[in-house]
Write a protein that binds this ligand. Structure first.
Ligand SMILES: *Cc1c(COP(=O)(O)O)cnc(C)c1O
Length: 463
């Protein structure tokens, strides 16, 4: 039978690894592993009838080399974000400032003062590294950090309102990517959701009518980070909710989502209140992400009244959701930059990309376009709008100049695929029958590499 004959012809692992093209390409165990993998694949393809002819030895070598390369490529690796979406959730949200990366490296390879007070020689608290900075930057009395903001919301509800009703506006039953939904988080935290008002309008009286001394545990406001209700709308301000909470002795909790530490109005972003504003409006507890508009590492930051912060610190979930030392190092270094707002604006990549002027973006695009000269008329500059992304200020468009590529010899999808398979991958987007490369989110240091890869990818022959 044909299949049997083909199977018999498959070389032995030893024979394959001894081929001259494979010697010294990886450790001998590595080459053998890759060879075994390739041969197993061939066997399966023969049995399923996909393969009717065995590859020649040189092709087999290529397959093994390909497998070695695949195995040695890290799964989590750097990519170049040419989408113009600053906080791209799938691409890891906020990139860190160089000083911040240094701070992570400084503690990553050795021991650190994570929970050690080196002055007194006694046990310390991991929260101490950032709580002072956070209270200074936000005006909160105390601070606590956990793994991410979803964890922060969960801890806040579980520690402060478990077994009781939490009042939320129907306009704020937010879903943030997949499984984080206010109603479900509420349930998981052991609280009962008490919805009030209507989708488009909620008044302070709606909250007040729902308050019941025996049942109510807290008032919650969730920032509608990733959507906007337009038209005939009304929402209750943080100040009003804080006053209502104070009147009834209920904590007012605010899930702020992005939580910028500086006012973003000068950047033209009106819909993202900064943390200090919410604290000064009277919020008892505010929680927000470290890797959205703050521009730091993934973290959930909680600031507010000491009595509530202490309660959260003691809750068993605090241990389960605790932040690790690498993140803490990154967060401390990022927060230190904020002590001087000009330094933060200049050094934190998220803020820098956000505030880039149309003029500077045009100049960046021109510099990249100049490197793309070999592509000729396949490359043009167009005006387009970048986005903040990461579920922040969804209606906010950031005008700028981008590179539009109109390939002559390959299709748009093939061009996009080729750039994606570069090492590091270049992630671009297709819009209006063109491939768009937005220099806003590309480091200047990568311009030459991007241009080279685009020129190669535009060639008709398969790479
Ligand atoms: C993003 C966001 C969250 C979740 O924060 P993560 O840091 O992604 O866990 C929760 N609530 C709101 C309002 C958000 O915008």
């Amino acid at each position: 039978m044909m299949q049997q004959e083909l199977l018999r012809q498959i070389p032995k692992v030893d024979e394959l690894v001894a081929r001259p093209g494979l010697t010294g390409k990886a450790s001998s165990a590595g080459v053998a592993r890759a060879a075994r993998e390739v041969l197993a694949r061939l066997r399966a393809e023969i049995l399923s009838g996909v393969l009717t002819q065995l590859p020649v030895p040189a092709e087999l070598e290529e397959l093994v080399l390909g497998e070695i390369a695949r195995e040695s490529t890290p799964s989590l690796r750097r990519v170049i974000n040419a989408t113009g979406v600053i906080l791209h959730t799938n691409l890891g949200r906020a990139p860190l400032a160089p000083q911040v990366v240094e701070a992570v490296c400084a503690v990553a390879g050795g021991y650190s003062t994570l929970e050690y007070d080196a002055t007194e020689g006694v046990r310390g608290s991991r929260h101490s590294h950032v709580s002072g900075l956070l209270t200074r930057l936000t005006g909160g009395e105390g601070a606590l950090v956990v793994n991410n903001n979803a964890a922060a919301v969960m801890l806040m509800l579980a520690a402060l309102a478990k077994g009781r009703e939490v009042i939320v506006s129907r306009g704020e039953l937010v879903e943030i990517g997949g499984s984080f939904r206010i109603p479900e988080v509420m349930e998981q935290s052991g609280c009962t959701l008490r919805e009030v008002g209507a989708t488009n309008r909620t008044r302070v009286s709606d909250y007040e009518k729902a308050i019941c001394p025996e049942k109510t545990g807290a008032l919650l406001k969730a920032h509608t980070s990733n959507y906007k209700i337009l038209g005939f709308t009304q929402e209750v301000s943080p100040r009003e909710l804080a006053m209502l909470g104070a009147e009834y002795g209920l904590p007012f909790l605010y899930d702020l989502g992005s939580g910028p530490l500086l006012p973003l109005a000068p950047y033209g972003i009106a819909d993202e209140p900064c943390v200090a504003e919410c604290i000064s409006a009277g919020a008892d507890v505010v929680c927000f992400s470290g890797d959205k508009l703050l521009g730091g590492p993934q973290a959930g930051i909680i600031v507010g009244k000491s009595v509530y912060i202490e309660k959260m610190k003691k809750h068993p979930l605090a241990r389960a959701l605790r932040i690790d030392k690498l993140t803490l190092a990154a967060l401390e270094a990022t927060l230190r930059l904020y002590l001087e707002p000009e330094l933060a604006a200049a050094e934190i990549p998220t803020l820098r990309m956000l505030s880039a002027s149309p003029q500077s973006l045009r100049e960046r695009a021109e510099r990249l376009a100049a490197l793309l000269a070999p592509a000729g008329d396949q490359v043009t500059l167009v005006e387009d709008a970048g986005q903040i992304g990461g579920g922040s200020a969804p209606t906010q468009l950031l005008p700028g100049t981008v590179i539009a590529v109109n390939p002559h010899a390959v299709s748009l999808t093939e061009l996009e695929r080729r750039l994606r398979s570069c090492q590091p991958a270049i992630i671009a987007r297709i819009a209006k029958e063109r491939l768009l490369i937005d220099p806003r989110t590309v480091d200047e240091e990568d311009f030459e590499y991007v241009a080279e890869q685009v020129v190669v990818a535009l060639e008709g022959v398969k790479q």
